[in-house]
Design a protein around this ligand. Structure first.
Ligand SMILES: [Zn+2]
Length: 79
């Protein structure tokens, strides 16, 4: 009876670790890809939200610069 419970516990623990391992590996890969494309676009002068040419000095194109300004104003007025 106890052996059975221990077996069950071990099995569940193993599964949890496998899922966590998979999750962390996947997350790390995603983060690396995101970081890579962000800095590459920044270097190339391409908007990080789309594929338009970015305004010099910032990482957004004119359209996304405008959107970003709108978001910032909204965030400020909420507080
Ligand atoms: Zn854009």
């Amino acid at each position: 009876m106890i052996k059975k419970l221990l077996k069950k516990f071990k099995k569940e623990k193993k599964y949890a670790n496998r899922f966590l391992k998979h999750y962390y590996l996947h997350q790390e890969k995603l983060n690396k890809e995101r970081r890579g494309s962000y800095s590459e676009r920044k270097k190339a002068g391409i908007c990080v939200r789309c594929k338009e040419k970015a305004v010099s000095g910032i990482v957004f194109c004119k359209f996304h610069q405008k959107l970003q300004k709108g978001y910032n104003q909204k965030a400020r007025s909420d507080k």
